[in-house]
Write a protein that binds this ligand. Structure first.
Ligand code: OGA
Ligand code: MN
Length: 291
C-alpha cells in the first residue's frame, strides 16, 4: 500500500516492503510533536500495512512514551518490577524492557532470551492492548529478528470447511510464561492469566476478519474434545505461520516498529545467548474485547 501524504511536519512517505505486509514510513523525526495530519497518516498507514517501521530514530524512553501518547493511550506494564526500575534511572512506567540482559542475575522484566513462538500480545486478557511498539537499543550480531504474520490472510487461506466449523467458536488464551512450548494440558487457570476470545475476530477499524489463535498462548478451542481441538489448532497454526504471509524484520538500532495485535501475530528468531539484545516497548490500550 504505497502513497505519500504531505503534512506540515514534513512529508510522510510510505514505502511498502517487498513482503506480504509492512511498510516503512519516512520523513518523520519522532522526537517532534506530530501534526494532526501526520497522526492520521501514521494511523492509516498502520491500518493499511499492519506493521509500520520508522528507521534511524533517536528516542529517549520519555520521548518514546510521548510519541506513543500521540497515537492513543499508552498502557502501563506490570514489568519490570519496582526493584528493577530502581536500578534503571528515568524509566517511565509506560515502558517495558524486552531483553536478555540481566542485572545481578535478574532479568529486566520477563526474560526475553532466544527464540519465541508466534503469539498476539495480551490475547489472554479481556481487553488486550491494540498496538505494541518496540524501539531497538542493543542488538545481537545475528538473529533476534521479529517475524510478523498476517492474520487477515490466514483467515482467507483457511479451508472453507474449517472456517465454517470454527465460526462462532471461542478459544482459551493463556499466559503460561513460556517462549517455545504449547500451554500445558493440566493448566491451573487460577495461576495464569486467561480469557476465551473468538477464534475469528473482526478488526474494528478495517472491518476485516482475522484469525485470533496462536501457537504460544492458545490452549484449546472451547466446547470441543481435546483431540478435535488439537487437530483444528494444528491446522490453524500451519496456515497462520505459512512463510507466504510472514514479514521478517531484521532490526537495526534506532528502529521503531509498531504492530497491530488484532491482525498480526509475531515471533522472534533465535540469537546467541552471549550477546546483548535490548529493546524498549510501549503499547496502546484497547477499549473493547476483540469480537
Ligand atoms: C514482545 C515480543 C519480540 C521480539 O515484545 O511482545 O514478542 O522480537 N517481542 O523481541
Ligand atoms: Mn510479544
Amino acid at each position: 500500500m504505497a502513497g505519500a501524504k504531505v503534512t506540515d511536519t514534513g512529508v510522510v512517505e510510505i514505502a511498502a516492503f517487498d513482503a506480504p505486509l509492512g511498510a516503512e514510513l519516512r520523513g518523520l523525526d519522532l522526537r517532534e510533536k506530530l501534526s494532526p495530519e501526520a497522526v492520521r497518516a501514521v494511523l492509516q498507514a498502520w491500518y493499511d500495512n499492519q506493521v509500520i517501521v520508522f528507521r534511524d530514530q533517536d528516542l529517549s524512553p520519555r520521548q518514546l512514551v510521548d510519541f506513543t501518547a500521540q497515537l492513543g493511550t499508552p498502557g502501563v506494564p506490570r514489568m519490570p518490577s519496582q526493584a528493577v526500575r530502581d536500578v534503571i534511572p528515568d524509566l517511565p512506567p509506560e515502558v517495558m524492557i524486552v531483553s536478555n540482559v540481566r542485572i545481578d542475575g535478574k532479568p529486566l522484566g520477563l526474560p526475553h532470551d532466544g527464540e519465541m513462538w508466534f503469539h498476539s500480545d495480551m490475547c489472554y486478557a479481556e481487553i488486550p492492548h491494540t498496538a505494541t511498539m518496540l524501539y531497538s537499543v542493543e542488538l545481537p550480531s545475528t538473529g533476534g529478528n521479529t517475524l510478523f504474520a498476517d492474520m487477515y490472510a490466514a483467515y482467507e487461506n483457511l479451508r472453507p470447511e474449517t472456517r465454517a466449523r470454527l465460526e462462532g467458536k471461542k478459544a482459551l488464551q493463556v499466559h503460561d510464561y513460556k517462549r517455545t512450548e504449547r500451554p500445558g494440558v493440566d493448566l491451573d487457570l487460577t495461576k495464569v492469566g486467561n480469557y476465551a476470545h473468538p477464534v475469528f475476530i473482526t478488526h474494528p477499524e478495517t472491518g476485516r476478519k482475522a484469525v485470533y489463535v496462536n501457537r504460544l498462548m492458545t490452549a484449546r478451542i472451547e466446547g470441543m474434545e481435546r483431540v478435535e481441538s488439537d487437530a483444528f489448532l494444528e491446522e490453524l497454526f500451519s496456515v497462520a505461520e505459512d512463510p507466504s504471509i510472514v514479514y521478517e524484520h531484521v532490526w537495526r538500532t534506532g528502529d521503531l516498529v509498531i504492530w497491530d495485535n488484532r491482525c498480526i501475530t509475531h515471533a522472534r528468531t533465535d540469537f546467541p545467548d552471549n550477546e546483548r539484545r535490548l529493546l524498549r516497548r510501549t503499547t496502546l490500550l484497547g477499549t473493547e474485547a476483540p469480537q
